[in-house]
Design a protein around this ligand. Structure first.
Ligand SMILES: Cc1ncc(COP(=O)(O)O)c(C=O)c1O
Length: 393
């Protein structure tokens, strides 16, 4: 019997939800931005209530128990011994990526990423006045097909101005859990070419495929000579425990010189994490493991419903490779022949992310967020089927 309730559909219309406000006043189910339509774990909500009851919200610093919760989770889940001194708290992970670009590159340097990828990997370098270089991932045929790094393209993309490689691990939007050998090879490549590897591991606690597990880049690449001086890892409790609105993330940088360049770039610009963010973070990592395990089971059920529905009812839409992690599905809609598939589905009541924003060719892909009660997902799929029956031509 499940202990936690993922089935109840919460009312988020008329709230401060960015996801739901986008379609305010319209009957469109938002299946876009990566937050889930679930309440956070009870332990998190209770910790927040206790912190609010204290009633004083002065400038915050993490207490030892918060740091212990983070460090303890890294060791228990991933065998990664993190020294508390390596942590740099951040109000957002994208903020951390921007700081890394400021700290480790000069204007007009190049920042590489493997596409399709989470849009800020492409927009952040540009916002910082750097060039964003996309290296397309390869879809290797097979049973099943799998996404892989195209080493030839990556080698060709690197120039003397390339300074940073942004890695998404597990990878949003293709839901791939990179293997330790691939990560070690990539780390070795970065060290040899003088690239700083920024490893965004925000989705690492959301592994759906029981045959895969997350191995932090720092662990997978531990044998690579010089990796400490070329690696910054970014994590957060926000995706897993549905806390993105609380702005609580952290970088883990073991090399003191890199860390000091990073913290210098934060100074005076990057806001502090809040009292509530720290309280939620501690309760998430320390007290919410039973909730996380049930969440994973629920998300696996949603993923299976989605794949089954696509196969039976929407044969023009494919997922090219297994959804190994995250609550995000990368749909291939090329066969539908729609010039603007995102607009077409939106018109018929489903708000999806346009694949072009992730660096995919226009009209080819959509991303669907299945982090929602099963009833919502089933209704979205029903609407998508209806939308295809109403297709022009
Ligand atoms: C890979 C990845 N990194 C970062 C973020 C956002 O992090 P934050 O809200 O802490 O800036 C997301 C959100 O979807 C994401 O998928």
């Amino acid at each position: 019997m499940p202990t936690f309730d993922f089935d109840t559909v919460p009312e988020r219309r008329g709230t401060d939800s960015q996801k739901w406000q986008k379609y305010a006043g319209r009957d469109v189910l938002p299946m876009w931005v990566a937050d889930m339509d679930f309440r956070s774990p009870p332990a998190v909500v209770e910790a927040l209530q206790r912190r609010v009851a204290h009633g004083i919200f002065g400038y915050a610093r993490p207490v030892k128990s918060t740091v212990d919760a983070v460090v303890g989770a890294m060791e228990a889940r991933y065998g990664w011994k993190v020294d508390p001194a390596w942590l740099v708290w951040l109000p957002g992970l994208v903020c951390g990526l921007n700081v890394a670009i400021e700290a480790f590159t000069d204007p007009e340097d190049e920042v590489l990423s493997l596409t399709p990828v989470y849009p800020p990997f492409i927009s952040s370098p540009r916002q910082r006045g750097r060039a964003a270089r996309s290296v397309p991932l390869a879809l290797r045929p097979g049973q099943p097909a799998s996404w892989s790094i195209d080493w030839d393209l990556l080698k060709q993309a690197v120039t003397p101005r390339s300074k940073v490689l942004l890695l998404c691990q597990p990878h949003n939007p293709i839901a791939r859990v990179w293997g330790p050998d691939e990560i070690a090879q990539l780390a070795d490549f970065c060290c040899r070419r003088g690239l700083l590897l920024c490893s965004d591991e925000i989705h690492c606690d959301l592994i759906l495929d029981p045959a895969r597990r997350h191995i932090p880049t720092a662990v997978a690449a531990a044998g690579v000579e010089g990796i400490g001086g070329h690696l910054a890892t970014f994590m957060a409790p926000s995706k897993t425990y549905n806390l993105p609105g609380l702005g609580t993330s952290f970088a883990i940088i073991s090399d003191p010189e890199l860390r000091s360049r990073f913290t210098r770039a934060c100074a005076g610009i990057v806001a502090e994490v809040t009292n509530l963010g720290y309280a939620a973070c501690e309760a998430a990592y320390r007290d919410s493991e039973p909730w996380r395990l049930e969440l994973l089971a629920y998300l696996r059920g949603n993923r299976d419903l989605l794949l089954d529905f696509l196969a039976r009812e929407l044969p023009g839409i494919r997922v090219d490779a297994p959804i190994e992690a995250t609550y995000l599905a990368w749909l291939n809609v090329e066969a539908l022949g729609l010039s603007s598939p995102a607009a077409h589905f939106e018109e018929h009541g489903v708000g999806l992310s346009d694949g072009a924003m992730f660096g995919a060719p226009a009209g080819k892909n959509l991303r669907l967020n299945f982090g929602c009660p099963r009833r919502t997902l089933a209704e979205a799929l029903r609407r998508m089927k209806h939308a295809l029956e109403k297709r022009p031509g």
